[in-house]
Design a protein around this ligand. Sequence first.
Ligand code: ZN
Length: 89
Amino acid sequence: MKINDMGKSGELLMKCKSDTTGEIYEVRKDGDFNCTCLGYQTSKKRPKNCKHIRRYKLSVILENFLLVGSQDNLEKAIEDIEQLFKKEV
Ligand SMILES: [Zn+2]
């Protein structure tokens, strides 16, 4: 994986504005997800993670659910969301 000096790599998926500083973070995917925020850069997890990457993954889960919207799909969506936030602990 190539990362240039801005820490940007891969296809741009989502831009997030920081609530506190107003800074814009970019979530990208280049094999693994990556983000330009400090939380991601200093993450000790492998693969690295941050709330913006989780936010992006959550938006994908919800979008898929809203497209289909069946009962089976709801259970799958809940499972995926639980999985997403379990890793945060
Ligand atoms: Zn981030």
